[in-house]
Design a protein around this ligand. Sequence first.
Ligand code: DON
Length: 569
Amino acid sequence: MKYKVICGLLMKLLLFSTLLSGAQITDPFNYLGQKKVTVNKGAVVSAHPLASNAGVRILKQGGNAIDAAIVTQLALAVVYPGAGNIGGGGFMVAHLKNGRNITIDYRETAPAKAGRDMYLDKNGNPQLNLSQDGHLACGVPGTVAGLFASMKYAKLPFKKLIQPAIELAEKGFAITASQADDLNELKNEFIQLNTSPPAFVKKTPWKAGDTLIQKDLANTLKRIRDLGAKGFYEGRTANLIVAEMTKGKGIISYQDLKNYKPVERKAIEFDYKSFHIISMPLPSSGGIILQQVLKMIEKRNIGAMKFQSAESVQLLTEAERRAYADRAKYLGDADFVKVPVKVLVSDAYLEARMKDYTAGRAGNSETIKEGIVKESEETTHISIIDAEGNAVAITTTLNGSYGSRTVVSGAGFILNNEMDDFSVKPGVPNMYGAVGSGANAIAPGKRMLSSMTPTIVLKNNHPYLVVGTPGGTTIPTSVIQSLVNMIDYNMKPEDAVNKPKFHHQWLPDEIFTEKDFDAATARRLQEMGYKITIRGEIGRTELIEIKAGKAKPITAIADKRGNDGAEGY
Ligand code: DON
């Protein structure tokens, strides 16, 4: 007995030391991610080293950034089930080597049976457990349709791109310490919210280095490999989703799945100083917030103020307050509601928005509301650059960590809880504290408003930065800070990502800071009249800097805040 325990301990030590040894990733049971790579050809940075590695391997085999994006997303669906997904949705922003900028929207949609008041009880009170947990919280997944929509820009056959994910699901991989903690913490929810225990539930507690095998997921991936998008949206997988819905009072129907359509949309594009920024349009609020905030600060020379001085934090905070107030009032799925985007991002409007800004004195969200328009914890980001000069930024999500925590029985994947990104009732905060209005009310087929901000920055018409992050409503403000850190403060990319972050979103009227945010600045901001609240980590930003404008030299940075990994060659 003693001998067994000692052997077990030795095995653990061995695995742990190999996990820490920095060995090249060839073995999913023995790997360690790198936080920074400096390379010349191509790079992938994502939330999991095994997924980044699968992406770089495909680049080396002649794939382009879009091939790598497909491989990495599919691998994340296996090795990072808390956010990587086939049961969720996402956005892709790409700059192609021919100079075209594209975006693909594969956001989830509300099922046909969804309705504006579906999460209110008979007294009109919101039941947020229903919009956040279990079957009724799920939007119609978009990821698989998005992968196939991006195939038209890829070079290699889909069968090759999905193979690494199939192998990781079938043969398993070693989970990280934080994944073990998550799975242990969520054990009861996984049992309660599922009709049969998923692969994530194990009798004894999970520990770092344990193997996670996902046989049902492997079979679903094989159906997608063999039948294309129909392997998910029709036939056996669709039937399994509908059967799961029936068991748990969910409302996604076979027809909802069959009808799902990804959409190519015109990117949000604008100049900030001498840089050209490309980001995601509605149904994400991300690109609009990015443009509004950067344009509100552009002429105020934040670079001349000290990094995270009270002065610079105040400027960003007040711009954020105004942008998020507009978000709450005006933004929603523009295929369903009229959104005055042109006005909201116009110079005249944004100048007027900052008229009541007073340096040194805190604004107030009771008096500063949306502008006047005169006119009718889980998500993950991938940044990729290839040797040809194609750049891809993708943010994809299940919404909360492990989404609805509902796994489709027999199909092995987690469904999202994206319905909570709708405004379930005007003024009622969602799980990220965001409030909304009629513009983001639930309607059948409508896409819920997002904050995801996959972004590419061009310098002299060549990709210079590829960036994005998870973090709910903190996403746009994290991306903004990373950009300002690079552009205005000339920081090294690892500092631009890893320095403390802060966030303001109009309501609640507080500046949220990470715990290592400068205490003297925080005190100074309090003196100006701001409420400061220290919160947990903000975002997990994945950033690539391409120095010479062409695809070299490249520095890829994985956020220190997670197990994220950068790979390149
Ligand atoms: O689309 C959105 O804005 C949210 N569903 C994103 C959620 C998220 O980033 C969670 N990550 N920590």
